[in-house]
Write a protein of this length. Structure first.
Length: 304
């Protein structure tokens, strides 16, 4: 086990996953404190780096594209205090940080975790229900529907329509942008059949953000909704067999016919080993659940 404890937070790696716990220091961003502890499975990682500085260093995780709904919904726009995948490291702990980074890299190599994108989320979204007030409204999410309520700062044209309730199955996309310079930010939901042409200030399906302290919390609402939308990289259902069907195809495939010659027996043994490797790849890619993988592996081992 590798562990590093800092004011900014604590990272613990047990060989299978990284547990990220935010610290209680005043410099820890509000989003990280509200999001709480994260458990990042090894197969969700594309890499890890440690950068030294004169006053402090940084441990940074690089996740595989599409693994985290928070990163997808925010599009890499989270600033450093709010990014849960960064850890500020004090100079006297540089050696520990290097050790943690090396342990994660070695595990990625040993498990042969690919660095490419995934077509299913490998981390869950933030806990629900969620309710965040910022900018010109309040966003509530219970897992099935989003409710947008307006305040006294909302433009009359938008507030006149009253509160909005958006079922998840009617939402096709969600985006969060922080305010930057003179441009205000937004939390916007794209609804099926409704073109997006209106600025967030007037859009009844968007909350306009002005750069205040609670703005980053709207990213949690975006991530919770994103986690319940179809993964953007997932193939259409008609093009991909469901996991149970893939399981049956791999686990129930006939074993090689027994042959009298020793060479043929070795070939059959090699085929079963290849099938075990295929099962491992299907599990890493998310096609098989852990339970399905275990059942299929036991079936192959019995044949061996």
């Amino acid at each position: 086990m590798a562990e590093i404890i800092q004011k900014d937070g604590t990272w613990v790696f047990d060989g299978d996953a990284l547990r990220l716990t935010p610290g209680r220091d005043k410099n820890v961003g509000l989003l990280r404190r509200t999001l709480g502890e994260l458990l990042v499975p090894l197969r969700a990682l594309a890499g890890i780096s440690f950068e030294q500085g004169k006053k402090s260093g940084r441990l940074r995780l690089r996740l595989r594209d599409g693994a985290c709904p928070l990163l997808h919904a925010t599009g890499g726009r989270l600033t450093e205090p709010h990014d849960p995948y960064q850890l500020v490291v004090e100079p006297d702990r540089y050696g520990v940080a290097e050790y943690v980074a090396d342990e994660v890299r070695n595990a990625l190599l040993l498990d042969q975790v690919p660095a490419g994108p995934v077509d299913a989320y490998l981390l869950p979204g933030p806990s629900i229900p969620l309710s965040v007030s910022a900018g010109d409204g309040t966003a509530n999410f219970d897992g099935e529907r989003v409710r947008l309520e307006w305040n006294w700062k909302t433009e009359d044209a938008k507030a006149a329509g009253g509160a909005r309730t958006l079922p998840v199955d009617e939402i096709t996309a969600v985006e969060w942008y922080p305010s930057a310079g003179l441009e205000n930010g937004r939390l916007r939901f794209t609804v099926r059949g409704v073109p997006v042409k209106t600025p967030a200030k007037y859009d009844p399906n968007a909350v306009e953000l002005w750069g205040f302290r609670k703005d980053p919390l709207m990213a949690l609402v975006a991530a919770a909704v994103q986690a319940r939308l179809p993964h953007p990289a997932a193939a259409p259902e008609s093009a991909v067999r469901p996991p149970t069907e893939a399981l049956r195809a791999v686990a129930a495939a006939p074993a090689p016919d027994p042959a009298p010659a020793p060479a043929s027996a070795e070939d059959g043994h090699d085929a079963l080993l290849r099938r075990l490797r295929e099962l491992g790849e299907l599990r890493r890619e998310g096609v098989l659940t852990e339970e399905e993988f275990t059942l299929a592996k036991q079936a192959v081992l019995k044949r061996m």
